[in-house]
Design a protein around this ligand. Structure first.
Ligand code: NAD
Ligand code: GDD
Length: 340
């Protein structure tokens, strides 16, 4: 039986990836600071531990794995990575994890390793307009990411490439473009636009109003989790190292994203634009390279993924809004009256 290690298995993509690998018949070990938040892990073995600690990494990689997926990172949406408040911890924590896990894998000859980089590595100067024809992998340099999160990802991409060059690792580096779906962060300050907008629409009345950061004309493309996993697995098993975009080419404005969510909810929603962390003005994936190398590219329309995500988030919102059940009347045991 093949063995896979998923670092970050308590997170959004990691917990879905564990399910996918189990369905394929792998023996899976997960490791994370925490168990998945929304459903029990399907990993055969789950280590709750801190990958900034090299000893934990050695414990996680105590045997040779056929596939290692390194997804653990200190990350979140615009509200987490663009405020500046988390810069030091984002850089320190994520870099430390990557430095450690590569060393642990080297010791156990676990050389096939996937690393989840990000669209955030692309230079800000290529994302200044809302219109964006798509970021090609070769656009990464001269480097000028707009966040420290992006700089750390770029450093780590280079770290993985160096381990490939010097230690014979088979690295696979993907640049994810805003992945969304059920069981992702939706209300903890780390949620990204798709989850945040679905939550706001679910919480709004009908007709209702939702807050959108900025003028809403900033653009992004969003990729549904199932397609992200499909691309990840195909890429991991290919004979090519990347880096490669794993993202959608269906670019939309955030106003349009809100309109799609509102339509799915069957609500009339008016956006109210407020100041907030914005990030780049326009971002889109260019999937020419992935199609050339893997003869595959994502194809599902954004609206179908948003429909599934909205349904899940609406459920979460209902759960939190449901009035607490009235306490049940205490039914006392009848007193046993001793027979005279
Ligand atoms: P996530 O935050 O849900 O998952 C990351 C997991 O890493 C979390 O469960 C967290 O607890 C864990 N982690 C953090 N520090 C740790 C530590 N010191 N030790 C052990 N575990 C630790 O994020 P996600 O959306 O599942 O993203 C997975 C990976 O993909 C990350 O590397 C992220 O940067 C990258 N990525 C994600 C997106 C996206 O849109 N979701 C886009 C680009 C890149
Ligand atoms: N999160 C969020 N919440 N974003 C909002 C909101 C809101 O309520 N309203 C508007 N937005 C806008 C943000 O201002 C930003 O311009 C845009 O929606 C997208 O925000 P996010 O989805 O949070 O982040 P991002 O696309 O800028 O970056 C994300 O994707 C990268 C990969 O593509 C982050 O999750 C990064 O960590 C990730 O690497």
């Amino acid at each position: 039986m093949k063995k896979a290690l998923v670092c970050g298995a308590g997170g959004f993509i990691g917990s879905h990836l564990v399910k996918r690998l189990k369905a394929e018949g792998f023996w899976v070990r997960g490791v994370d600071l925490k168990y998945p938040r929304f459903s029990p892990t399907q990993a055969d073995d789950f280590i709750v531990g801190d990958l900034r600690d090299l000893a934990v990494c050695h414990e996680a990689v105590d045997t040779r794995f056929d596939e290692v997926y390194q997804l653990a990172a200190d990350m979140g949406g615009a509200g987490y990575i663009f405020t500046g408040e988390n810069d030091a911890s984002v850089m320190h924590n994520s870099a430390q994890i990557n430095l450690n896990i590569l060393e642990a894998c080297r010791r156990r000859n676990s050389f096939r390793i996937f690393y989840s980089s990000s669209a955030c590595i692309y230079p800000e100067y290529r994302q200044l307009e809302a219109e964006n024809a798509g970021l090609a992998e070769s656009d990464a340099y001269p480097a000028a990411p707009d966040s420290e999160y992006g700089w750390e990802k770029l450093f780590s991409e280079r770290l993985y490439a160096a381990y490939a060059r010097n230690h014979g690792f088979e690295v696979r580096v993907a640049r994810y473009h805003n992945i969304f779906g059920p069981e992702g962060a939706w209300n903890d300050g780390k949620e990204k636009a798709p989850a945040a907008i679905c939550r706001k629409v679910a919480q709004a009345g009908n007709p209702g109003e939702i807050e959108i950061w900025g003028d809403g004309e900033q653009t992004r493309s969003f990729l549904y989790i199932d397609e992200c996993l499909e691309g990840t697995i195909r890429f991991m098993r290919s004979d090519w190292a990347g880096p490669v975009n794993i993202g959608s080419e269906e670019m939309v404005s955030i106003n349009r994203l809100a309109a799609i969510a509102a339509e799915i909810a069957g609500k009339t929603i008016t956006p109210r634009h407020i100041p907030g962390p914005l990030g780049v003005r326009g971002r889109n994936s260019n999937n020419k390279l992935i199609f050339e190398k893997l003869a595959w590219r994502p194809s599902q329309p954004l609206a179908s993924g948003i429909a599934k995500t909205y349904a899940w988030i609406d459920q979460q919102v209902q759960k939190t809004q449901r009035p607490k059940e009235a306490p049940k009347p205490v039914v006392r045991q009848p007193e046993i009256v001793a027979a005279e």
